[in-house]
Design a protein around this ligand. Structure first.
Ligand SMILES: [Zn+2]
Length: 433
């Protein structure tokens, strides 16, 4: 089977661009037809000039090049050399783009299916925002580790290639807010790398507006090449709206399937690590089930490059648009009890290694927020979906006034001039009266 090299991709891309600059965004049925000259969809006039430029910067040569180099490393199994080689490769790409580049080392126990101690390094490339008054961060991540005996082309070199391609193109522009491009390891053994990152971000109160997760975004045949999935937390619905609008305005025009994810500790990919710590997340997946996942057949040949280019384009222009948004919606944060701690009479006495939270004695709940402007109208406090308190003045809090034994769900609604601006929701184990 023909496996195009980086040079091949460059040649194919250039030839197609020269021969057919105006082709519409039709998707090739699979990668074997990649030279059928139909993957360079023309940027539509519905996009701003800057977004059009970013859109066309994401092409088969760029995305295919990263994909091929990642896959060439071979299986990228946690605790093995292939994984470390991939980390070095990704870090070098970020450095070459001029991003602030660093490794975030982690060590953790694997999940039930993957017992044992694992360690690895998340690779972060940061593009600092230009607005000095903004501390807002957008995260775009994918995982570079694989299970054994697979080249992991779609799972998830496709996502990492998208992160690298987005970083490459966006690093040539400036945005008001900071963008962090992250390649995680430890995903296949229990979302370990992303959990370590999200936990540290949460403990440091890192103001992440939304996390974009790309895991398996390059597999499609026929009609499925015009379909794409996204699943987000409920507060990220406005972000889904941005993606939908840009999808319609661009030449891609995927049929988008969307839905909501919960904030539980379980989840199919790294987005769950962010969701369980209260961050907003939007996870992207190919529409079609990939039967090659976790097999030796998850190869370059089974990735549809034209589809991967289009999925990467949509994610990248969405990120660019969001990172330029002047007014970010308010985000409520339950800061007492803080996730991952054991509280006794309101004082943190222990930190769990997970987002598990326990409250003994005083069950005070307090709320702060990130972003937004104008006054906060009120904060409503709910226990198990029952309204227990409304606070109209800062600091916003509810002093526990009832018997709570066992697991309960605490939810807060924050209202400002936009109406219900944000919800935060967490569950904790209470021994409180
Ligand atoms: Zn994956």
């Amino acid at each position: 089977m023909f496996r195009p090299s980086l040079v091949h991709w460059a040649v194919i891309g250039t030839v197609v661009f020269l021969l057919a600059p105006g082709l519409a965004g039709q998707v090739a049925p699979d990668s074997r037809q990649v030279s059928s000259a139909d993957f360079l969809s023309a940027p539509d006039s519905g996009l701003s000039p800057r977004l059009s430029h970013i859109f066309s910067g994401i092409n088969a040569s760029l995305v295919g090049g990263y994909l091929e180099e990642l896959v060439a490393i071979g299986p990228r199994v946690n605790n093995r050399a292939g994984c470390e080689e991939a980390a070095e490769y990704i870090a070098q790409q970020f450095r070459d783009m001029g991003l602030i580049t660093y490794m975030h080392p982690w060590t953790a126990w694997g999940n039930r299916g993957h017992p044992g101690r694992f360690s690895g390094r998340n690779v972060v490339g940061e593009l600092p925002g230009t607005d000095a008054s903004s501390d807002a961060i957008f995260v775009f991540n994918a995982h570079y580790d694989t299970v054994r005996n697979t080249p992991g082309a779609d799972d998830d070199a496709s996502g990492v290639a998208a992160v690298l391609a987005a970083a490459h193109v966006l690093s040539q522009h400036r945005f008001a807010h900071t963008i962090k491009f992250i390649a995680f390891s430890g995903e296949e053994v229990g979302l370990l790398g992303s959990h370590a990152y999200a936990r540290a971000a949460f403990d440091w109160d890192e103001p992440i507006v939304v996390e974009f997760n790309a895991d398996m975004i390059g597999h499609a045949h026929g009609e499925n090449g015009s379909r794409f999935r996204m699943y987000g937390t409920e507060d990220a619905e406005w972000v889904m709206g941005v993606v939908e609008d840009l999808n319609a305005a661009s030449a891609i025009n995927f049929t988008l399937t969307s839905g909501f994810v919960t904030r539980s500790r379980q989840g199919g990919s790294d987005y769950a690590s962010f969701a369980q710590y209260g961050y907003e997340t939007l996870a992207f997946f190919e529409y079609e089930w990939n039967p090659h996942m976790h097999t030796p057949e998850d190869t370059l040949d089974n990735v549809n490059i034209s589809y991967l280019v289009n999925t990467t384009r949509l994610i990248t222009i969405s990120l660019a648009e969001l990172a330029s948004t002047p007014a970010l919606p308010r985000q409520a944060v339950i800061d007492l009890p803080q996730r991952g701690g054991l509280y006794v009479d309101g004082v943190r006495r222990w930190s769990f290694s997970s987002s598990r939270t326990a409250v003994v004695g005083d069950a005070t709940v307090s709320v702060s927020y990130r972003f937004g402007s104008g006054p906060v109208e009120k904060v409503e406090f709910y226990v198990d979906d029952q309204l227990v308190h409304t606070d109209t003045t800062a600091p916003y809090s509810w002093t526990g006034d009832r018997l709570l034994l066992g697991r309960h769900e605490v939810k807060v609604h924050l209202y400002d001039q936009t109406g219900l601006a944000s919800t935060d929701i967490m569950s904790a184990f209470f021994v409180s009266r």
